[in-house]
Design a protein around this ligand. Structure first.
Ligand SMILES: Cc1cc2nc3c(=O)[nH]c(=O)nc-3n(C[C@H](O)[C@H](O)[C@H](O)COP(=O)(O)OP(=O)(O)OC[C@H]3O[C@@H](n4cnc5c(N)ncnc54)[C@H](O)[C@@H]3O)c2cc1C
Length: 472
């Protein structure tokens, strides 16, 4: 069935109500614009359903009219998956589906709709003395549906795993409009293919996630946070090993900040201050967590003293209050924001076997200097699990666009080393459109063929977020 955009807008209004279908360019602009400004979407309208049934009716309408659908959560994705250059496409924003359907402290579980923000999920869990463990810099905006669909990682993944390991079950609207209710609360279930895992990390290409049942954890009652200066990356790695050996069940975060990144935060983020007098090329911010009555301060002091003695630490401070702890994390979380003030950045979201990290940094720096003298590497992030956000800031004074135009020229040789080392070029942000061409060249042909078969089986008309993950 063919139709006009105006007729589609009318039909959508009859499904969700007139105020919840946006079609004026001024109303759709913020949905079509992604955070980094790398991709401008051209979707003709935005539909904002409030119920799973409405999502189903929207998808049925899109299936009948072959209208491409772009599911959108908090619009914080970093690979362009949540917008589309296709002006025939419809954005389905899940932000009105923001109810927590159930919260069971004794069962350590929560069922939340797709549009609940991560921060709202954390706050709800805390009210029943539980932890919703996902934590990332964008948590005030990103949503359950988006974090499921990108298999988000974040800072606590070291101890609690990525989103994939925190989901019990999903409710999904499939490409034909059918509603699959897979909202189980089981920790064990070997009853055939684990279908939910197909939709986790699928970036909206297989269906629209409308709700998720998820694990909660005991709320840590003892938390120790330390800001640690290390002389080089070999020492940073040795420190990670030391902490893992001493605190295998307590080390929840282990994040890297380079001196240049710290300088940027101090220059651009109001109130940011250096936690240490010592200026060092690298800092590691760590957190230990444990239950009531546990003693972590003294063991941490001893561990840091051992690190100083071994020469892998040059200085360290442990947060003395909740505020100081927040201040340490604020330095880490605002790094991307501070970096934006320095102009354009070429961003690599890579993961490496831990032992390869120091050597990768050396080789990468040499390549960057050779290709674009004056460009400034700012590698930061999830050192504990080998997931580094290897960002490269433009040389001061260079035209931003001229620098960004060199993205592939600079990223390609670095990605080649990552692959040589057995790493991943899409560690936690996904593929979206940013890496869709590249990923096809880095996976085995059989894997690409299987992915295409799954896509064709679940979305035969290719209306679910076409062009993302799989080149179509
Ligand atoms: C400052 C900052 C820090 C960040 N830190 C991290 C980090 O530490 N770790 C990390 O993993 N990511 C991080 N991110 C990236 C981003 O926040 C995550 O990818 C997040 O999971 C995206 O969620 P969202 O709700 O904003 O999704 P969106 O950006 O709206 O969408 C992302 C993708 O999911 C799809 N999608 C969204 N909702 C649904 C749904 N209900 N059903 C099906 N598909 C859907 C979209 O089509 C798109 O392909 C960061 C981003 C920023 C801006």
């Amino acid at each position: 069935m063919t139709t006009t955009p105006a007729a589609l807008v009318d039909s959508l209004r009859s499904i969700v109500g007139a105020p919840y279908v946006l079609s004026d360019a001024s109303d759709t602009a913020s949905f079509n614009h992604e955070w980094r400004g790398l991709y401008e979407g051209k979707s003709f309208a935005v539909a904002r359903p409030e119920t799973t049934q409405q999502v189903s009716e929207i998808v049925k309408l899109c299936a009948q009219t072959q209208t491409p659908i772009v599911p959108q959560g908090g619009n914080t994705g970093l690979v362009g998956g949540q917008v589309s250059a296709d002006s025939r496409s419809l954005i389905v924003s899940l932000s009105r589906m923001n109810k927590i359907r159930s919260l069971v402290g004794e069962g350590f579980s929560m069922v939340a709709e797709a549009g609940v923000t991560v921060q709202a999920a954390q706050e709800a869990a805390e009210k029943v003395n539980r932890l919703f463990a996902l934590s990332l810099g964008s948590e005030g905006s990103c949503q359950i549906g988006g974090t499921v669909s990108t298999n988000a990682g974040g800072m606590n993944a070291l101890l609690y795993g990525m989103m994939r390991s925190q989901v019990f079950g999903l409710e999904v609207v499939l490409a034909g409009g059918q509603i699959w209710n897979g909202l189980k609360l089981l920790r064990k279930d070997n009853s055939g293919y684990d279908l939910k895992q197909l939709f986790i990390g699928a970036e909206g290409t297989l269906g629209i996630v409308t709700a998720a049942s998820m694990k909660l954890f005991p709320l840590p009652e003892v938390v120790e946070t330390a800001f640690i200066a290390v002389p080089n990356m070999e020492a940073a790695l040795a420190l990670t090993g030391l902490l893992q050996d001493r605190f295998p069940q307590q080390l929840s975060r282990c994040e890297l900040i380079p001196e240049l990144g710290l300088q940027m935060v101090i220059a651009h983020i109001a109130g940011a201050r250096r936690p240490l007098k010592t200026v060092s090329p690298w800092y590691v911010v760590i957190e230990l967590v444990a239950g009531k009555g546990a003693e972590l301060r003294e063991p941490l002091n001893q561990c840091l003293a051992a690190g100083l003695e071994q020469g892998i630490i040059t200085d360290a401070t442990i947060a003395d209050s909740g505020q100081q702890r927040k201040d340490f994390w604020h330095l880490r979380e605002t790094l991307p924001e501070a970096q934006r003030e320095e102009g354009g950045s070429i961003k690599l979201d890579i993961s490496l076997p831990l032992k390869c990290v120091p050597d990768f940094f050396k080789r990468a720096e040499a390549i960057i200097e050779r290709l674009c003298s004056g460009a400034r590497p700012v590698p930061f992030g999830h050192l504990g699990d080998g997931n580094i956000h290897y960002d490269i800031c433009q040389p001061p004074g260079m035209d931003k666009q001229a620098f960004l135009n060199r993205w592939d020229e600079i990223a390609d040789p670095l990605h080649a080393i990552v692959l040589e080392d057995g790493g991943s070029i899409a560690a936690e942000h996904g593929i979206g459109v940013l890496k869709v061409k590249k990923i096809a060249k880095t996976k085995a042909p059989l894997e690409i063929e299987l992915m295409k078969k799954i896509k064709a089986a679940l979305d035969p008309q290719n209306i679910m977020n076409p062009g993302k993950i799989i080149d179509s």
